[in-house]
Write a protein that binds this ligand. Structure first.
Ligand code: FES
Ligand code: FES
Length: 156
């Protein structure tokens, strides 16, 4: 099928097997390696992307489901400089092996689009579908909290 969608702000047209997974399409046909395959079954969140601004698991989506949609990956989140979440994940030591990081940040970034100052419980709830095997989550929650403050001008 011919597939047309917007990927990180750029129009994309591809001829694809619509039954391939969206995760494979992004990684193998579009050269987008931010979304990772962890479990491949909707359990770990490593493959999280935004579809029309809403976090979705690309391992559970078909390529055909991207037709006409706006797709954002971690590669598209930074503008002129890294997104505050990216900056504070580094500053707070919330990145270790980094495998969960793109999915974790996409999930947290969606939270911050509708909750400007989430408390720790809200952050934990939001990222509850994202598994991290390294950090113990504490530093991740710290990083999201600090990024939220920075985005509100409350933190340098
Ligand atoms: S790879 Fe998609 S949820 Fe784990
Ligand atoms: S930093 Fe390694 S899985 Fe999260």
């Amino acid at each position: 099928m011919q597939l047309n969608f917007e990927l990180n702000g750029q129009p994309v047209t591809l001829f694809v097997d619509g039954a391939m997974r969206a995760l494979d399409l992004l990684r193998e046909r579009c050269g987008i390696t931010g979304p990772k395959e962890g479990c491949g079954s909707g359990e770990c969140g490593a493959c999280a992307i935004w579809i029309d601004g809403v976090t979705k698991l690309s391992c559970l989506m078909l390529a055909a489901q991207l037709q006409g949609r706006t797709v954002t990956t971690i590669e598209g989140l930074a503008k002129d400089e890294p997104h505050p979440l990216q900056q504070f994940f580094v500053k707070k030591g919330a990145v270790q092996c980094g495998y969960c990081t793109p999915g974790m940040i996409m999930t947290a970034a969606e939270l911050l689009t509708h909750e400007k100052m989430p408390d720790r419980e809200m952050i934990r709830n939001a990222i509850s579908g994202n598994i991290c095997r390294c950090t113990g989550y504490h530093k991740i929650v710290d990083a999201v909290e600090d990024a939220a403050e920075a985005m509100q001008g409350l933190k340098p």
